[in-house]
Design a protein around this ligand. Sequence first.
Ligand code: SAM
Length: 212
Amino acid sequence: MYETEREDLIKVLRGKGIIDENVLKAFLKVERHLFVPEIIKPHAYSDVALPIGHEQTISQPYTVAFMTQALELNGRSKILEIGTGSGFQAAVLVEMGMKVYSIERNFEIHKNTQKLFDKLGIRAALIYGDGTIGWEEAAPYDRIIVTAGGPEVPNRLLSQLAVGGKMVIPVGDRNCQAMQIITKVSGKEYSKKEVPNFKFVPLIGKQGWKSE
Ligand code: SAM
C-alpha cells in the first residue's frame, strides 16, 4: 500500500538535500502509515509532522531523514534514541541494520509502540524512562539521536557516547532549536556543527525541561 506516495516522498527528500542512499532506501521500505493513527493515514506521506496523541508528534520525514543522514552511519552501529514516540525513527534505523535502544518517557506511548513493534516484528530494545539520563546499562553507544528539543546537551548522554561517536540533538528554547551534530573526538574533546531552525516537542526530564 502507498508505494507511489512513498516514491514521491523520496523525490521530495532528494529535492531537500538528502543524498544518503541508505537513508532513502530505508524510507522506501518503512511504511510510515503504519506508525500514525488510522484517521491520518492518508496524510502519512506528506512531508509534515503529524499528531500521534498525548500531545506528541511523529517527526516530519525530512527531519528524520536529515538526522539519520547526520549520524553518518556505516556498518552496524549501536544507537541510543531518546524519544521513541511512534517508533518510526527507530524503525528506519533498524531497517538500516542498526542495533537500536530507544527510550520513551510517556508510558502509554511506550506500551503502544512496543505492541506495534511486536506486531511488525521490528527488533529494538524499547525502554520506558527519562532519556535525559540515558541508559547506562548498554553504554557506550556509537551514535545517540535525541528526537525532542532540550535546553542543553545532557552531560550523561555525552558520557555514554563512545569516543569517535556522534550525537544529533536539537537544542534551544521551547519554540525553536538548532540541530547540534556533535562528534566525541576524545574522552574530553568534542567538535560541533549547528544547523538552525528546527521545532520539536520538549525534551522533559532531569536534564531537560520541567513538565508543566
Ligand atoms: N522519534 C519519534 C518518532 O519517530 O515518532 C518522534 C518523537 S516525538 C517528536 C518526541 C518524543 O519524545 C515524545 O514521544 C515524547 O514523549 C518523548 N520525550 C520527551 N522527553 C523525553 C525524555 N526525557 N525521555 C524520553 N522520551 C522523551
